[in-house]
Ligand binder design. Sequence first.
Ligand SMILES: Nc1nc2c(ncn2[C@@H]2O[C@H](COP(=O)(O)OP(=O)(O)OP(=O)(O)O)[C@@H](O)[C@H]2O)c(=O)[nH]1
Ligand SMILES: [Mg+2]
Length: 381
Amino acid sequence: MFNRLKERLSEAIRGFAKKEEESAEEPQETSEPEDTTEAEKQNTAPAKLREAEPEPESAPAAPSKAAQKEKPQNQVEEKIHISLGTKIKGSVLGNVRLGENEVDDFVQNIKVLLLESDVSFETAESISESLRERLLEEHIGARDMKSRLVELVRASLEDVMKSNASGPNIIEFVKARKASGQLPVRILFLGPNGTGKTTTMAKVAKLLSSEGISTVFSASDTFRAAAIEQSEYHAKKVGVPIIKSSYGADPASVAFDAIKYATAHGIDTVLIDTAGRQETNRNLLREVEKMYRVAKPDITIYVAESTGGNAVLNQVGEFSKSIKVDGIILTKLDCDAKGGNAISIAHSSGIPILFLGTGESYDDMVPYSTDFILDRIIPAA
Ligand SMILES: Nc1nc2c(ncn2[C@@H]2O[C@H](COP(=O)(O)OP(=O)(O)OP(=O)(O)O)[C@@H](O)[C@H]2O)c(=O)[nH]1
Ligand SMILES: [Mg+2]
């Protein structure tokens, strides 16, 4: 999962940290005075790094002329003015700041590899900006460079992903409706062909059942001959009843029948399958709009595949123009070497991600969390 992005990020960080560490070991341009103390030696920044000194607690006594003379010239010239907080942080981490050119090169490198890993342009820009700001205000000890860079890149990714709003908690939602006697809860699954709608519906049924919530399937994908059998197959595997009609029947009327069945049999939820459709297919989109009017879903879930590249964001956007999508389930993360889609969708779809599909079996689904994705893209150092 996300291996390619993980390797490339790690390689970029390793390469940059190594370069900076090596330059930290290079002899300084200014010759060291013979009586330089050990502490002063350690405090000497490499040519590419700018030095920041810890803020003195109170105004220091003016250094003697002799001491000023002993101070290497480049340190005096490169001293920079920074806030007290940053100085304190800098003194803990090591008193060096990265030069602007180095930061720009590194950030550009990260941006390119994010773009090549399916991160959308807008999201890659936001990550780069956040990373650049963090790096420029950071004081990094040359020898902790790698682990600190990992933390900063991770924090920048987290910055953009945390804009993902939190969606409905399906289990809590059904439990609340159960308590108030407003059943059945209707959950509609839609999305393009082959993204994993029917399989995901079965995963959700299994999850609900583990919480003591009963379910009936509505085999409302009547568009493809084999789809009804596929829904039946999954329903049987996870042990839920299914309401079906024949190939070509009106999908909305199948959903209507399933809701009636649930009401009559005291079933808590109706999971409504639909035919895969592209966002460009107006007829099929109108059909799903009709489904929306007739079945009146309480929760509408868009099933997207993580492997779908940048097109996924546009598709979700187009669908949600016709239908109010409450949440996304992102499938096939296990097949996704790039991982950028998960980041972009969390950042800019404006729709919460509810679950992540991580394999073909019915237990292969985890609740969405930023950490789950980040741990696989850039594990904490
Ligand atoms: N590896 C992996 N495969 C998945 C995942 N979710 C679904 N699949 C597989 O994706 C394929 C398509 O799944 P379906 O559930 O039939 O997809 P669908 O969206 O209902 O397809 P249509 O009805 O044809 O539009 C199947 O082979 C599933 O096993 C997942 O999270 N990981
Ligand atoms: Mg299907």
